[in-house]
Write a protein that binds this ligand. Structure first.
Ligand SMILES: C[S@@+](CC[C@H](N)C(=O)[O-])C[C@H]1O[C@@H](n2cnc3c(N)ncnc32)[C@H](O)[C@@H]1O
Length: 301
């Protein structure tokens, strides 16, 4: 099976049910990844529905291009950051859209590739950049210079890590003798910093540290806010925005922004999900990555 075939899109049926793709519709996937959701939207909007898509990751985008080639001129894909959505849409003459999707975070393709440095399960360079051609610093570069207090704050804020200060102290101590360059080195340091009795039962002891660094390296939360602000401007009246998030920090931003638009005078959207839609037990069993997913959606007034 191909890499893109192995990646299971999260909350796929629920996303399609909300976006209700039509043959005269035009859709935007801001996180095309391996093209799983995009493919479903194109199938459901056959024969003439159109899809524009972007991703920060050129390697994922190349795979998505291959997968979606069968849809010919119905698809347009570009390398880009959703924080620049307004500019990208203007440059390409895109919009307004009948549906916009954000499927946040990283794909299994990025996670499973040791050379990308996202995973503590596979030893690789401590990179974690979604866009290796962009100007973000790698996790190794960030860890080489960041002051200890700032690092502790980052682990606390972005990883909600209880042992943030101990982990930060351990990292700063270790880098005095040897630069931190690999995921295994970092995972070992975190394991040594957290007392064994306090190791979490359901997740790896380094999960929160890796999440925090990934968010910081890619400036994910600020980009999410900018992307959503641009997206609401690009929605046609009656168009729908569908947001899939994977941790509480993202979900909080999504919830607050959607509510803010719904409460503005006059309202810019009405909410389609009072509570987030979550995966069925069956989906979580088949695809453990889906377990933490939450979907929220709204319709442009
Ligand atoms: C969960 S995956 C998307 C999977 C996709 N829906 C599918 O079915 O194959 C998230 C994708 O978002 C991309 N991404 C993350 N931040 C981004 C940003 N600021 N702009 C554009 N793409 C981004 C990542 O590179 C990754 O490919």
């Amino acid at each position: 099976m191909t890499i893109e075939g192995r990646h299971l899109p999260v909350l796929l049926e629920e996303t399609v049910a909300i976006l209700q793709p039509r043959s005269d519709g035009c859709y935007l996937d801001t996180t095309v990844g391996l093209g799983g959701h995009a493919e479903a939207l194109l199938i459901e909007s056959a024969p003439a529905g159109r899809l524009c898509g972007i991703d920060r990751d050129t390697e994922a985008l190349a795979l998505a291009k291959g997968r979606l080639r069968q849809f010919g001129s119905r698809v347009e894909l570009r390398h880009g950051d959703f924080a620049r959505l307004g500019a990208i849409a203007a440059e390409n003459g895109w919009g307004p859209f009948d549906g916009i999707l954000f499927d946040l975070g990283f794909s299994s393709f990025q996670m499973d590739n040791a050379s990308r440095g996202f995973s503590f399960m596979r030893d690789g360079p401590l990179d974690m950049r979604m866009d290796r051609q962009g100007c973000d610093k790698s996790a190794a570069e960030l860890l080489a210079r960041i002051p200890e207090r700032e690092l502790a704050r980052l682990l606390q804020d972005y990883g909600e890590e209880r042992w943030a200060r101990r982990i930060a102290a351990r990292i700063v101590d270790a880098r005095r003798t040897q630069p931190l360059t690999t995921t295994a080195q970092l995972a070992r340091l975190v394991a040594a910093a957290v007392p064994r009795r306090a190791w979490p039962r359901r997740i790896h002891v380094a999960t929160r540290t890796f999440q925090a660094l990934r968010i910081a390296v890619n400036d994910e939360l600020a980009r999410l806010r900018r992307g959503m602000q641009d997206a609401v401007e690009l929605l046609a009246v009656g168009g729908r925005i569908c947001m899939i998030s994977f941790h509480s920090l993202e979900d909080r931003i999504v919830k607050e922004m959607l509510r803010g638009w719904a409460r503005s005078e006059p309202p810019r959207v009405h909410l389609l999900t009072k509570r987030p839609v979550v995966p069925t037990e069956r989906e979580s069993e088949i695809n453990p990555r889906a377990r933490s997913a939450k979907l929220r959606a709204a319709e442009r007034c």
